[in-house]
Design a protein around this ligand. Structure first.
Ligand code: DX5
Ligand code: ZN
Length: 221
């Protein structure tokens, strides 16, 4: 398995001083910035768009930005995020009319591409696109809000996806998002995840480095 990646979700960051908060969490040892885009249509919440992504780049954030699109339609916003400095763009297959086309659009725009599975979204969406995926993201909560509890059935789904990735031979990250904490990250890694989104678990604590260190210690067990 490749090195584990810790991706703080900036949904739980301080939006009034976002640039500084993102810098702080990266200085604390986080690997990737997880950027949650919600449209109050596909999910019942409204967050941030390409302008904020570009603002973080202009502020000097050089880490990969992992844009998690919870929007419908998807395609219209992809080029804007690519121009704004996104590194990875993932989307929910139910929100795209043409999944293969959306994946191609993301790749052509120069970003890595991934599909996101809600807790009850079946894995058959993987059937014909494994060769086009850089990331598979399993939601371990229903999308829309930070601070929810990890849904335990995700562990079995992670094991299934890990098997499919390994059998495919493709170089695909297995990301998990929702309710990831110090006390469950080891179990989630054992189920096959290698990229961990954590929002409230990190930004909810005053000492980001302490949490990131604790997570890495759990992952090293
Ligand atoms: C939920 C978002 C998550 C969320 C995770 O729709 O996709 O990225 O911010 O937050 P926590 O880690 O607090 O569950
Ligand atoms: Zn997310």
């Amino acid at each position: 398995m490749r090195p584990f990646l810790i991706a703080p979700s900036i949904l739980s960051a301080d939006f009034a001083r976002l640039g500084d908060d993102v810098k702080a969490v990266l200085d604390a040892g986080a690997d990737v910035v997880h950027f949650d885009v919600m449209d109050n249509h596909y999910v019942p919440n409204l967050t941030i768009g390409p302008m904020v992504c570009k603002a973080l780049r202009d502020y000097g954030i050089t880490a990969d930005i992992d844009v998690h699109l919870m929007v419908k339609p998807v395609d219209r916003i992809v080029p804007d995020f690519a121009k704004a400095g996104a590194s990875i763009i993932t989307f929910h297959p139910e929100a795209s009319e043409h999944i293969d086309r959306t994946l191609q659009l993301i790749k052509e725009s120069g970003c890595k591409a991934g599909l996101v599975f809600n807790p009850a979204t079946p894995l058959h969406y993987l059937d014909h696109v494994m060769d086009k995926l850089d990331v598979i993201l399993l939601m371990s909560v229903n999308p829309g809000f930070g601070g929810q509890s990890f849904i335990p059935s995700t562990l079995d789904k992670l094991r299934q996806v890990r098997e499919r990735i390994d059998a495919s031979g493709f170089d695909i990250r297995l990301e998990v998002d929702g309710g990831v904490k110090v006390d469950n990250i080891a179990e989630i890694a054992a189920a096959g995840a290698d990229m961990f989104v954590a929002g409230s678990a990190i930004f909810g604590k005053p000492d980001y480095k302490a949490v990131v260190d604790e997570m890495r210690a759990e992952l090293a067990k």
